[in-house]
Design a protein around this ligand. Structure first.
Ligand code: PAF
Length: 289
């Protein structure tokens, strides 16, 4: 039976008890409305730790004023049932008051410089400050040995790796492969906002990423590949925020120097913004995780 905990004191007591027994603890941070992608994070962790904690917290500080915080789907009962079936031991479900005890206006904010100002950071100002802040809080609250994050949020993973390295959190990061629908669409809680016509268009994101990888391996010029990708997405019906090729660190991709990289896209269908990425190797060997 999964243990559902909403207050900090019992959370700390449970984790401290496990640690006294010498057990390793893993954390899957989520905003709930869980799908197979989240459960794959739980499963990946189960293979590496003795106890798995998942957090469900819709974090207000990572949503912009015109974003979907209020309508973000909240499905706590289904989340708890799914986590239990996936083998999760404890569900950490703090309130906003527990997460930000001094109030949002007085909250200490963690800001990772540089990397948070490009791509999604440029399109969603303040988003990554909210992510870095809540992930720091979750690490302090749960004190996991390992934390799993999906590779779909590639930039988020890069930001969190920077955070962990610079603040010396004693947490090992476990990046987990993107879970996709059979037609290639990356699983996301936001997919449910798509109507039937938009859902039929959405897999073009992944096809575009695959085409970008093929063109780069065929010797394509980076600018031309990016422009062709944006044009392809617009033709499919997307409003494109970006379609870019980057080095694995998200620095500029330099042909001749970089032999692997990542293609990233962010594009909107109506009010729904989707992101996806594909890590590639120019040697022609698909990147394996
Ligand atoms: O990826 C998410 O679901 C969120 O950004 C995270 C890491 C749980 C922080 O709120």
């Amino acid at each position: 039976m999964i243990d559902i905990v909403q207050e900090l004191e019992p959370l700390r007591a449970r984790v401290a008890h496990w640690k006294r027994e010498g057990l390793r603890v893993g954390l899957v941070p989520t905003m709930g409305n869980l799908h197979a992608g989240h459960f794959s994070l739980v499963e990946a962790l189960r293979a590496r730790v003795d106890r798995v904690v998942a957090s469900v917290f819709v974090n207000p500080t990572q949503f912009g004023p015109n974003e979907d915080y209020a309508r973000y789907p909240r499905t706590p009962e289904a989340d708890a049932a799914g986590l239990e079936a996936a083998g999760c031991d404890l569900l950490w479900m703090p309130s906003v008051e527990t997460m930000y005890p001094l109030g949002l206006a007085n909250a200490v904010t963690v800001r990772v410089p540089g990397i948070t100002e490009v791509l999604d950071g440029a399109h969603r100002p303040g988003h990554f400050d909210g992510v870095a802040t809540v992930v720091s809080r979750l690490f302090n609250q749960v004190q996991p040995d390992v934390a799993a994050f999906g590779r779909k949020d590639y930039q988020q993973l890069t930001v969190i790796a920077h955070l962990v390295a610079d603040l010396a959190f004693p947490v090992e990061l476990l990046p987990v492969a993107i879970a996709r629908a059979p037609d290639g669409l990356a699983l996301s809680s936001r997919n449910q906002y798509l109507d039937a016509a938009q859902r039929a268009i959405a897999p073009a994101l992944y096809r575009t990423l695959q085409a970008m990888g093929d063109e780069l391996r065929g010797g394509g010029d980076v600018d031309a590949v990016e422009q062709a990708a944006a044009a392809r997405l617009r033709t499919a019906g997307f409003d494109v925020d970006y379609a870019v090729v980057r080095a694995p660190t998200l620095a500029t991709f330099v042909p001749g120097r970089d032999h692997a990289g990542v293609a990233l896209v962010a594009a909107r269908l109506g009010a729904t913004r989707l992101i996806d990425n594909l890590e590639f190797s120019l040697a022609g060997v698909p990147v394996q995780h």
